[in-house]
Design a protein around this ligand. Sequence first.
Ligand SMILES: [Zn+2]
Length: 554
Amino acid sequence: MREVLDALTEYEVWQNVCGQGGDEAYYFWLRAEQDQNSSELKAKLNQAEEFARKIADEVRFFELRISKIEPDAQARMLEAPELSYFKHFLERLFTEGKYMLSEPEERVIDFKSSPAYGQWVRMVSGLISKEEVEVVVSKDGAKKKSGFSELVSLANSTEKVARDSAAEALNNIFRKYLEIAEAEMNAVLGNKKSDDELRGADRPDTLRHVHDDISTAVVDVAIETIYNRFQISRDYYALRAKLMAVPKLKYHERNVPYGEADKKYTFEDAVALVKDVFAGLDPVFSITLERFLEKGQIDVFPGKGKHNGAFCSHLLVGQPTYVLLNHTDRLNDVLTLAHEMGHAINNELMRADQKGIYFGTSTASAEVASTFMEDFVVARIEKEADEELRLAMMLTKLNDDISSIFRQAACYRFEQELHKTFREKGYLSHVEIGQIFQKHMADYMGEAVEQSPGSENWWVYWSHIRSFFYVYSYATGLLISKSLQAQVRADKTRIEGVKKFLSAGISKSPQDIFAELGVDITRPDFWHEGLNEIERLLAETTALANKLGKLGPK
Ligand SMILES: [Zn+2]
């Protein structure tokens, strides 16, 4: 056991201080995000990544050989008191080991994964992203040449002619690449089937669960519980249709925003507001925000060549966390600050308690801290807003929640049926894929959303279905967050449990961390609790819309 302990300890030291790419890869990655047009930075980053790839290839043997240790020895290692710190790390490796092949086989799979999977997926997304179409953008008939991502956002425009014109353009693009996407989808489904056979995974989603350290039972019960409550999302879309005064929404009209928040928030305003909400939850949260500002760990304003959007980065426990924003004084930018600082606070809590091998978040709970902080900030702004703005904010929140939970659960079920049918039939035409897709979309949207002609092809650009079963994590993350929010609202002292959950990193599985907090996430009740929160928000929103006379004559 002495040798194992020494090896694991050394391995962790390596993960603490340098990992695969060290400070160099982290530095050049961050710099390249600030200045995406710099070929000098791109070159440095490529060199660092190439170096990291070689290290990864050379070090692959370590975890693989441990994962393949004889079952008897595995049992002894898990019992050994001197290895107790490494117990969960070993448990994960041993579980993964059941699905791992020999070193040369793993190498072959790794080398072949680009042509067998990555290049297919990149081909379709690459072809689509190159498309440019002229569409009508305003009532007076003005046209504009728009790229693919612009078309996607135009399809949500509050201007009807613009969104209908963009949706038609998108339908045409998907139709144009349908045959290619059919070939791509069958290739990647076939590759996945072969991988599962070689590795002995009995379900197409098994390896996703193993990778994310979440039990299949937990994911099954979460998806099933959400499915049983699809009436919530159906009622939500019925409300949206009423608010838009149409009998049915078109498929692409699901996300059309309601109302507009025109209040401006300077970055100072945003900080003051978020800090106040954080301080009300726990002083550690507001102190973390202050420290990040003092030390310049937040890149706030837009700049030429800077990554648009926002993120919070972390790599190794020994490296600082950075937050990137593009603050333009909108209400949404305030929420983004809260969201990204949620990730940052999660990192700092983990950093205090965990070292290299346990510094990280499980995919299943990666969005817990961020949505937790964001929702409390939303609640504060809503409290101070007039009723019109409050209604708009509640509808935005509901739309996000419905998309993250119900849409992703429907997508998960679509993926399950897609893999199952492919494995039974051997090949799926784009018509068959479209039928399965539409069935599951109609399932959660209900009667108030039309499955408009052409929308059966919108799977063509849904990138997440190519990451196989990843989407469950949006639903579980947000529902875990909602149930923690409900606990804290009922009893402020429960924030200690939330902090404990966030500081545990990946030292235990999500279900074990919860079990220590006295919560059993393998039971449907737990998931119902989060879903009740959405149902409550929907009821409040409906009542407010009614009060404001937005639902037509009573
Ligand atoms: Zn996030």
